[in-house]
Design a protein around this ligand. Structure first.
Ligand code: ZN
Ligand code: ZN
Length: 266
C-alpha cells in the first residue's frame, strides 16, 4: 500500500468507509430490525459529515451474493439543494440500498445451489481498500483514509473474523449490549477521529478469538485439514482443494496423535 502522507489539512479530515451487512437471512432473525438499524446508521453518517464539511463517507452494501457502493458523499448528486445534507443523504442512500437488495435477492434466486448465505465481507473489504488506494493517488489534498478496521457487531455470538481484523489493524471491536442505543455507541466510539483516540478511553476487547475459519462453511474451528499448496483450511476431508484444485490423498485412519492435519500426498 502506498505510504500515506500525514497531515494535509489543518484539522482532522477523515474518509470513512462503511461496510453495511445487508444479509436478509441475518436480519430476519435479529432482535434489532434492519430499518431501525439503518436509522441509527444514517444519523451516524450525518454526524460524521457535520463534524467537518471536508469529511467524506462512502458506504458499501455487503449482500450474500454481491457487494456494491451505495453512497459516496463526495459525489455532486448527493449535495442537498437547500443546504440540507440530511434529506439528500437519506434519499440517495435508501434508494440505492433498495436497488441493491432487489438485485442481491434476484441473484440469489438465479444462483446455483452453492449459496451458503454468508455475507461477502471479504469482497466489500477489498472494494474499500481499492477505493482508499484510489484516494491516495488522487492528488496532494485528500481526506485521510481510516485504515484501522472498526467493527460493530450485532448478534448473539461474537465474530472471530471481525475481532481479528480489528485487533490486527488497531481498530475497535464492539458488540453493543443494548442495540436500541446503537447511535450512542456509534457516535461516541466510532465517530472519533484517529488523533482524538489517543486521549480517550475507548472500549478494549476482552479477548480475541484467534481460531481460523474453514473455507467450506466459514465456521470457526479448533482443528482441521489444510491444503499444503495454498494453505486453505477445511473442517473435513475433501478429495480436492476447492481453492487451488490440488488433489488430496486418503485420510490416515490413525489420526489420534500429534496432528489431525492432512497433507497433500504427491
Ligand atoms: Zn467447513
Ligand atoms: Zn489448495
Amino acid at each position: 500500500m502506498a505510504s500515506a502522507p500525514s497531515k494535509l489539512y489543518a484539522d482532522d479530515v477523515s474518509l470513512l468507509m462503511v461496510l453495511l451487512d445487508t444479509n436478509p437471512l441475518f436480519w430476519s432473525s435479529s432482535s434489532l430490525t434492519f430499518s431501525s438499524f439503518l436509522s441509527h446508521v444514517l444519523s451516524f453518517l450525518n454526524s460524521i459529515l457535520l463534524l467537518n464539511q471536508l469529511n467524506q463517507v462512502v458506504v458499501i452494501a455487503t449482500g450474500y451474493n454481491y457487494c456494491d457502493y451505495v453512497f459516496d458523499s463526495s459525489l455532486a448528486t448527493n449535495q442537498g439543494s437547500e443546504n440540507g445534507r440530511m434529506p439528500a443523504l437519506c434519499a440517495n442512500l435508501l434508494l440505492k440500498l433498495e436497488e441493491f437488495a432487489i438485485k442481491d435477492e434476484n441473484l440469489h434466486k438465479d444462483g446455483s445451489e452453492k449459496g451458503l448465505a454468508s455475507s461477502l465481507l471479504s469482497g466489500s473489504l477489498s472494494m474499500a481498500l481499492c477505493y482508499i488506494q484510489k484516494v491516495f493517488r488522487s492528488g496532494a489534498l485528500h481526506p485521510q483514509p481510516r485504515v484501522p478496521i472498526d467493527s460493530c457487531y450485532i448478534g448473539s455470538n461474537n465474530s472471530a473474523f471481525l475481532q481479528q481484523a480489528s485487533y490486527i489493524t488497531g481498530g475497535v471491536y464492539l458488540k453493543p449490549q443494548q442495540p436500541d442505543g446503537l447511535f450512542q455507541y456509534l457516535s461516541t466510539v466510532f465517530a472519533t477521529d484517529l488523533h482524538s483516540r489517543a486521549f480517550l478511553q475507548l472500549p478494549k476487547s476482552v479477548g480475541v478469538d484467534f481460531r481460523a475459519s474453514c473455507f467450506c462453511h466459514k465456521k470457526t474451528i479448533d482443528m482441521g485439514y489444510i491444503c499444503s499448496v495454498c494453505l486453505s483450511i477445511f473442517c473435513k476431508h475433501h478429495k480436492k482443494c476447492s481453492t487451488c484444485g490440488s488433489v488430496f490423498g486418503q485420510v490416515q485412519s490413525d489420526n489420534g496423535s500429534a496432528s489431525n492435519l492432512k497433507r497433500k500426498t504427491t
